[in-house]
Each structure stands twice: as structure tokens, then as C-alpha cells.
Design a protein around this ligand. Structure first.
Ligand SMILES: Cc1cc2nc3c(=O)[nH]c(=O)nc-3n(C[C@H](O)[C@H](O)[C@H](O)COP(=O)(O)O)c2cc1C
Ligand code: SF4
Length: 490
């Protein structure tokens, strides 16, 4: 994973924990309405992919155990991981693209209700994504994937000063490029082709020559709406439309979206499909189901959207009836690290990925509450329009005082913690009971995220080797790690 060049190793700040009485009177543990849903507290576990679904995208006993474990800590809301809305094979990524996924998801809902005593509201994050292929071996790229055209011939002839390349047999041209020096490839291949060679093929929302990409505005509202209806049928309290990070909807919102078909270029054009998806979802689910989104306060990539764009979009979403806006940052493909040959590029490995899940190896600002200013600005803009849409802040949240200060300052309405909740799924409950001193505190070094990057079952270094002799313990595929945190014995 990328770290800032002048990194400083930050210490985890000491934490003061409140008594049960102070917690009960606090902002963080006070209720809030998220559209039609009342949260008993403003505590929130954001989406985290744990790589526990079956290869067909179905809920497994391990998926259920993962969410039940978070629910035992009774957060105000728990968001189920990014879940694919299409009925297409996508490996062990949870899916909701067909009715056969509903029974498993309904069992998950039941398990969360039981484990939280009905206190935790359960949302599911709905995602669409475009194709990403593994980085090809160069010989395969030049022999098969490169689509040779007159432009390649012209540029090669000019670079070599040899017109023979204008009509040389294609196999000869391919072989020549395969053994060419990088300088020549720079002259002959397009930027896109060089990226495909170095990082693997990746579809973009601007690929209007691809019919299925051109058709995204026609098909996505219905796909999202059908997925939301299934979530409602399974018993979820709401859906979180995934408009953040590296995926299709964030790419529509991005300043890099130059689609010329009315779904790009301008702020209004870029927001059009996300608003149409919201309208379709709203029309399909009942009034009792919350519909919110996760979006980026800043893409943190060259030429990408920044806070000004995000504020504009959040105001538009709030105006169109979004029930909550959960603010994240970065997490893009554009600046991701180069994968090894045979592996696929992963969006959380570059500087923008760092901003999404910052570690203690940080710059002078450090990782803690690093992204709160984005949520604060977005919230202020929504409030200036006279709207009360709750805004969720996340990123480096690790203590009661920190969350309380964010709420007191009006920087967010709900304070979320992903990694701290993974480190200790009981931490909200411990704080509420006045037993904060027992919280197992996250180290913010991203052992968990390294597992995620490799699509391995996500666990936490603080508990995955503990009490391995527990009877009937579910373990990782290699048998070495437990899959959920040990039970907290009160
Ligand atoms: C293992 C892992 C998986 C994640 N998966 C998702 C995801 O599916 N959807 C999403 O929006 N964010 C995802 N995130 C990002 C978190 O929701 C959160 O925004 C980020 O970790 C920063 O918050 P934190 O500092 O409290 O961990 C993931 C984070 C981790 C560590
Ligand atoms: S693995 Fe590390 S960063 Fe991840 S939750 Fe555990 S302590 Fe925190």
C-alpha cells in the first residue's frame, strides 16, 4: 500500500472513556432519524467487504457470523458490504442481482436483528462496477489483445523512418512491437493501450463505442431499483447506493467523465444518472425503506472531482430526497499501484486509496478524523439549503471524545468507524455500558486492508490468533485464523 513520502509514524492518541451516565447523555449515543428509520444512536459501521460470500455471490454461514458479530455491539446502523446488483458471475462478491439471493439475505437480516436485540438498523450497499482484467503477459498483449490499426502503422513507420510498416504483414508488426524498446512503444501505442499493457484492460464509463457502456443510463436505474426491491423483500431497513470510490456511479460523477451523451461533461450531466437511479429506487421501494448513498468528498486524483463538485452533488441528492449522505474519500483505480503480471489492479493501493483508509504512517495531519472536513463542508452546504439530510463522517475514528467533538461542532450527524469496529465489534456497547477501558483499540496499520487487497478473508491482527481452541471455531481457508472476534465476556 502507498504511504506519504515524508511519512511520520503517529501514535494512537490516548483515549478517555465516559461513564455509562455520560454516554447515555451524549450526542453520539442519542437517536437520529435517517429518513423513515430511527437509529437508537449515531454510531455506524460502514460497509466493509470481508470476502465471505460463496463463489456464486450467495450469503454463507460465515457472512452471517460476520454481521451478527458486529450487531452484538449494537451500533445504530450497520451497512452490509458492497453487493453486486447484476446477475453475473463476479467471484466471492456478495450479490443481489436475482431473487435467488433473497433467502440468504433474509437470514442475514434475521441474524442481525437477533444479535442486536432489534436495536441495530441494517442497510445494504448496492454496487455496480465495470470490467477489469488482469495485467497481461506482454507476449499475449501484443499477439492477441492489441487491436492493430492504421494509426499504429503510421506511428511505427514515422518512428522507425521506414514506410514498409504501413502495409507490413500484421504478425510481423506485432512481433516487432513485442520486442521493441519502451521508447518506441511510447510513440506507437496510445496512452490507453500502454495502460492496458502495464495495468490490464479496464472499461471506462466514457467507452461509448462499447454498446453495454453506452447503454448504462438505460439499464442502471432498473438494475438498482430491482436490487433495492429485493433488499426490501429480505427485510433490510434501507439501501446505500454506492456512488463512491472506483465504481460505475462514482465514475459518472467524476470530473474525468467526458461522456458527450448528456450523462457527462457538466456538473448537471455527471449528476444525471445518479439522480435517475435515485428516482428509480425511490419509486420502487416503500416509504418505510431508507435510501441513501455513499459518495466521495474528494476523488484525490489528477483531474478528478474535488470538494466543490461533491458539495454540488450532495445538495442535489438531498434536494432529490436522499435520506442520508455518507462521505468517503479517494479509493480510485486511476492512481493504483501497478499489479504483477497475471494480477488485477486494485483501487485502494495508491495515494487516493491511502486517503480512503489512512494509516498511522501518515503526513503531518495524521490519519485520525482526516476526512471529517469534507463531511463538514458537505453538511454545511446541505443545511444552507434548509435541508436536514443526515451526513455520515468516517475515516480514522477511534474514540468517544473524538466522535463527540465532531457532533458538537456540527461537522456530521452520524460518526462511523470501520476499522475500529473490526478491531472491537463490541466497542459501542462497551462505551455505552461505561466499560470503555476494555475497548480493544485499532492500530490503524491496515493488516485487514492488506487481506482485502488480496481478496483474502478479512480479519483483524488483534484477535485472529486468539482462543483458537474454541470448539467449532470457523477458521480462514488456511486454518490459521479465526474469522470473527472472540466473544466479549461481560
Ligand atoms: C477491509 C475493508 C473493506 C472495505 N470495504 C468497503 C466497501 O465495501 N464499501 C465501502 O464503501 N467502503 C469500504 N471500505 C472503507 C470503509 O468503509 C471506511 O470508509 C474506511 O475504512 C475508513 O474508515 P475507518 O478509518 O473507520 O476504517 C472498506 C474498508 C476496509 C478496511
Ligand atoms: S487489522 Fe489493524 S487496522 Fe485492521 S482493524 Fe485490526 S488493528 Fe485495525
Amino acid at each position: 500500500m502507498w504511504t506519504p513520502p515524508d511519512k511520520i509514524r503517529h501514535a494512537i492518541p490516548p483515549a478517555r472513556w465516559p461513564s455509562a451516565e455520560e454516554a447515555a447523555a451524549s450526542r453520539w449515543f442519542s437517536p437520529i432519524d435517517v429518513g423513515p428509520c430511527r437509529l437508537h444512536a449515531r454510531t455506524w459501521v460502514p460497509a466493509m467487504v470481508p470476502w465471505r460470500a460463496s463463489d456464486d455471490g450467495l450469503v454463507t454461514p460465515d457472512v452471517i457470523a460476520w454481521y451478527a458479530r458486529f450487531a452484538a455491539g449494537e451500533p445504530g446502523a450497520l451497512v452490509v458490504e458492497a453487493t453486486g446488483i447484476r446477475d453475473v458471475p463476479s467471484g466471492p462478491l456478495l450479490r443481489i442481482g436475482g431473487d435467488r439471493f433473497v433467502p440468504g439475505l433474509a437470514a442475514l437480516v434475521e441474524a442481525v436483528r437477533a444479535a442486536s436485540g432489534g436495536r441495530t438498523r441494517l442497510f445494504i450497499q448496492l454496487i455496480d462496477f465495470l470490467a477489469v482484467k488482469r495485467r497481461p503477459p506482454p507476449d499475449k498483449f501484443f499477439a492477441r489483445f492489441l487491436r492493430v490499426d492504421a494509426g499504429h502503422r503510421r506511428r511505427l513507420a514515422a518512428a522507425r523512418g521506414d514506410d514498409r510498416w504501413l502495409d507490413a504483414p500484421e504478425p510481423e508488426l506485432r512481433a516487432h512491437l513485442m520486442s521493441a524498446e519502451p521508447g518506441l512503444l511510447k510513440q506507437v501505442l496510445t496512452d490507453r493501450e500502454r495502460r492496458e499493457l502495464d495495468y490490464g484492460y479496464r472499461e471506462l464509463v466514457t467507452d461509448l463505442d462499447l454498446p453495454h457502456v453506452r447503454d448504462l443510463p438505460r439499464v442502471l436505474p432498473e438494475l438498482f431499483a430491482a436490487a433495492a426491491a429485493r433488499a426490501e423483500a429480505a427485510g433490510f431497513d434501507g439501501v446505500e447506493l454506492h456512488y463512491a470510490h472506483a465504481y460505475t456511479m462514482a465514475s459518472f460523477l467524476s470530473r474525468t467523465n467526458t461522456r458527450g451523451d448528456g450523462y457527462g461533461e457538466t456538473l448537471a450531466g455527471r449528476a444525471r444518472l445518479p439522480l435517475e437511479v435515485l428516482a428509480a429506487v425511490r419509486a420502487r421501494v416503500g416509504a418505510g425503506t431508507a435510501v441513501g448513498c455513499r459518495m466521495l468528498g474528494d476523488e484525490v486524483i489528477a483531474g478528478g472531482s474535488d470538494l466543490a463538485d461533491a458539495t454540488h452533488f450532495a445538495r442535489a441528492f438531498a434536494g432529490a430526497g436522499m435520506d442520508f449522505v455518507s462521505v468517503s474519500k479517494g479509493g480510485k483505480f486511476d492512481d493504483a499501484q501497478q499489479p504483477k503480471v497475471g494480477e488485477a489492479v486494485y483501487p485502494y493501493t495508491g495515494p487516493s486509496g491511502y486517503e480512503c483508509m489512512p494509516t498511522i504512517h501518515s503526513d503531518a495531519r495524521g490519519p485520525f478524523a482526516r476526512n471529517v472536513p469534507l463531511a463538514a463542508a458537505i453538511r454545511a452546504a446541505i443545511r444552507a439549503d434548509g435541508r436536514t439530510t443526515p451526513v455520515v463522517a468516517a475515516g480514522g475514528i477511534h474514540s468517544f471524545d473524538q466522535a463527540e467533538a465532531i457532533l458538537a461542532a456540527g461537522h456530521a450527524d452520524i460518526v462511523a468507524a470501520a476499522r475500529q469496529s473490526l478491531a472491537d465489534p463490541d466497542w459501542f456497547l462497551k462505551i455505552r455500558l461505561g466499560r470503555g477501558a476494555e475497548v480493544r483499540r485499532c492500530k490503524f496499520t491496515n493488516y485487514c486492508e492488506a487481506l482485502d487487497t488480496q481478496h483474502k478473508q478479512v480479519t483483524c491482527q488483534l484477535w485472529d490468533r486468539v482462543e483458537l481452541d474454541e470448539p467449532d471455531l470457523a477458521r480462514s481457508h488456511d486454518g490459521r485464523r479465526r474469522l470473527v472476534a472472540p466473544r466479549w465476556r461481560r
